[in-house]
Design a binder for this molecule. Sequence first.
Ligand code: FO1
Length: 348
Amino acid sequence: MTTPGPRITALAGGIGGARFLRGLLTHLAAAYPDGAGSSTAEVTVIGNTGDDIWMHGVKVCPDLDTVMYTLGGGINEDQGWGRLDETYTVKAELAAYGAAPDWFGLGDRDLATHLVRTRMLTAGVPLSEVTARLCERWNPGVRLIPMSDQRVETHVLVDDPTGALTDDGSPVHTAIHFQEWWVRYRASLPAHGFVLMGLDEARPAPGVLESIRDADIVVLPPSNPVVSIGTILSVPGIREAMRSTSAPVVGLAPIIATAPVRGMADACLAAIGVETSPTAVAAHYGARSSGGILDGWLIDTVDAESVDCTEALGITTVAVPLLMTDLPATAAMAAAALDLADRVKARP
Ligand code: FO1
C-alpha cells in the first residue's frame, strides 16, 4: 500500500533551482515510494521565462531548458546549462558569417530544442503546451509550466558599455538583454535596475495559479531572488496567489554568509538595494503575516546566528547545511524544507 505524497509547487529559475529539484525528487522517491522507483508526490515547477531570448531566429528558454535537461538527464553537469556531449559547429559557422550575436554558447544539440520549440510557437502553440511537448521526450518527473505564455524579457539597466557620458560627465545608462549582461559581460557592468519587458500584458500560464492554490506545500528553491524568483512573482496575479494559498510557503536561502552560492545574486540584489545576506533576502520576500509571501526560511548553518533576527520578521527559520555538494546533500535540504513546512503548518 503506497502512501499518497504531497502536492508540491516550486518557483524555479535556472541552475540552483534545477539542482534543488533533483534533490527534492530523490527525497520524495525515498519518502513516498510508488513502487516503481519514483514517488506518489506530485511536483509542479513554475519556470522563469524572463531570461528567454530570441536569437538567430529561434527562441531560447534557458531556465525552462535547464530544469528539463537537469531532471531529464541531459544536462551538462559542470556548466549547469546546455547539453551533455555538446558540440558547437553551428555556432562556429554563424560566426564565420559574422552573424551576431557570437557571444552566446548555442550548442548543436541544444539548437534542436530551440528549432522544435520555435516551429511550434510559430504555428501558434502556446509556450506552456510547447514545454509540455518537449518534456514528453525528457520525462523530468515534474509538471513544468512557464510562468507566462506571453513574452516577458528581463533587461538590465547598465552604464553604457561604450563608456558614453552625459553632459555632466556621468555614465549614460542603457538597457541590455539579461543574457548579454550575464553572458557577454559576465555581469561586470554595474546593474542599476531591471526592466521586465512585456510584463503589463503578461498573465500566468494555464495551471500556474491553480498549482499554487491547490498545493500542499509551496517551495522557493535557492534560485536568484531578483531575476528568477522575483521575475516569476512579478507576473500579475502570482504574488497574490502566493499570499492567499493555504499551503505553507517555505524558501531556501540562495546566499550563504554574504556570498551567493552560485551565479550573480549579489550583483542583482545590489541593483535593487537589498543587502547580500540570507536575512535580507527573507525580508525582501517578506513574511506572509506582514504582507509578504514567506512562512518559513532555511539558512545555512554558518548563518545560524541570523535565525533570531529572521524569526523576528515573523518567518519560522531553521539553520541546516545548504551547500548542494552532491545529491544526498541536496535531498537532505529538500527533506529539511518539507519538515519546515510541517512545522509552519503546526504553528498556532
Ligand atoms: N551561460 C553562460 O555563462 N554562457 C553561455 O554561453 C551560455 C549559453 C547558454 C545557452 C543555452 C542556455 O539554455 C543557457 C545558456 N547559458 C549560458 C546559461 C544562461 O545564460 C543562464 O544560466 C540563465 O539564463 C540564468 O539562469
